[in-house]
Ligand binder design. Sequence first.
Ligand code: ZN
Ligand code: ZN
Length: 450
Amino acid sequence: MESGLLAPVIPATPGPAAELDRLGDEIAELSAHLDAATAHLLDLIREFDARGGWNSGFRSCAAWLSWRVGLDPGAARERVRVARALGTLPRLAQALARGELSYAKVRALTRVATPETEERLLGVGRAGTAEHVERIVRGWRRVDAKAEARETARRHTSRALHVYQDEDGMVVLRGRLAPEVGALLVQALAAAREALYQQRRASDVSAETSLGGVSAETPPLAQQQADALALVAETALHRGIDPGAPGERYQVVVHVDAPALADPEAPGQSVLEDGTRVSAETSRRLGCDASRVVMRHAPDGQVVEVGARTRTVPPALRRALQHRDRGCRFPGCGLPFGQGHHLRHWAHGGPTTLSNLALLCRRHHRAVHEEGYQVDRQPDGELRFRRPDGRLLPAVPPAAAIPADPVQALRARHEAQGLSIHPRTAMPGWLAEPLDVGYAIDVLHPLAAG
Ligand SMILES: [Zn+2]
Ligand SMILES: [Zn+2]
């Protein structure tokens, strides 16, 4: 048509316009190849994530990816999220794998797609530009958020606790609690049950004598729960209804004998306040950065001296440590807050000085105390981490080996897979008509009509 009319004036040698067209085609084609390769990459990440390959000292698959590949943490989290989502969205996954849908579009669509809506959203991805897709996804999420808010509100208004008396005088409870309140109740009941029945087991011997040889057996769970609720109520009335500050509600106090702290093999006491035994290594971790009261015992166990309560890492030193380390020093972590870890523990005579301290987040503090990871400081001041098997864990892993011509290798692999990718593979079907997002959502979203 038009090009036919113009044909006579086009010069025989390719002009700059034709060259630029070719360049544009090459950009489009290579981009489609990269998207297809990204699909393969996401498959690998999904498998690595599901099989826990990252669980070698890293907090998450995203943290591992950020460390190993050098992605910024946000992009790494996004990759893992999209990889997981595509596991249940085969149509979107295939469109990406064929280079027909860009990663940007797939990333946006996976924020809202479900197996039920996938087909329709794939249509949106095929027809629209990346900007259209983004706008439709935003509108879609507003509808989702409204539906979710309605559901949360419905659940919240359905909370109830009915207390009434049965014919025989027993009191009957029936209720519906919000999930987090329910969890709190279950936790309180468990704690009360533990307190009641541990005491009972301990006093079983005396019970046997007082009940004339009849042992007080532990009743069935339902009866234990009833007793536990009574204790929870008694405690609430006795102490006054005051939940206290969050830090006071959940705190761990460790009692430990000095020899047990200094030597894991040494016998000695290492128990939490509620009587749960913890390993000496765990008490060393809790003691690394804590309030400390040193009690000296005579050989017969009597306390002969109680020192003043001090912080193991004084506030000024902690500020200096935070300033120097900025965040957790474990490779690939970088969480901006943490605990002061003594490279050589104070119980072993290690000094509380900047050079003997390293900031580690809670997760990684546990890794070096209880999971066999090792950390020491090199003469040049750098920290060196090792895995439990002794292998080095570098802060920045060596770059992967790639073929001399990676683009050609990528093309060859897609060709071998029978993929035909060309400059128009990822072209949207959009014909420049204006986009009416509201209309599009009304037509596409299953809940929009409501
Ligand atoms: Zn420590
Ligand atoms: Zn960490």
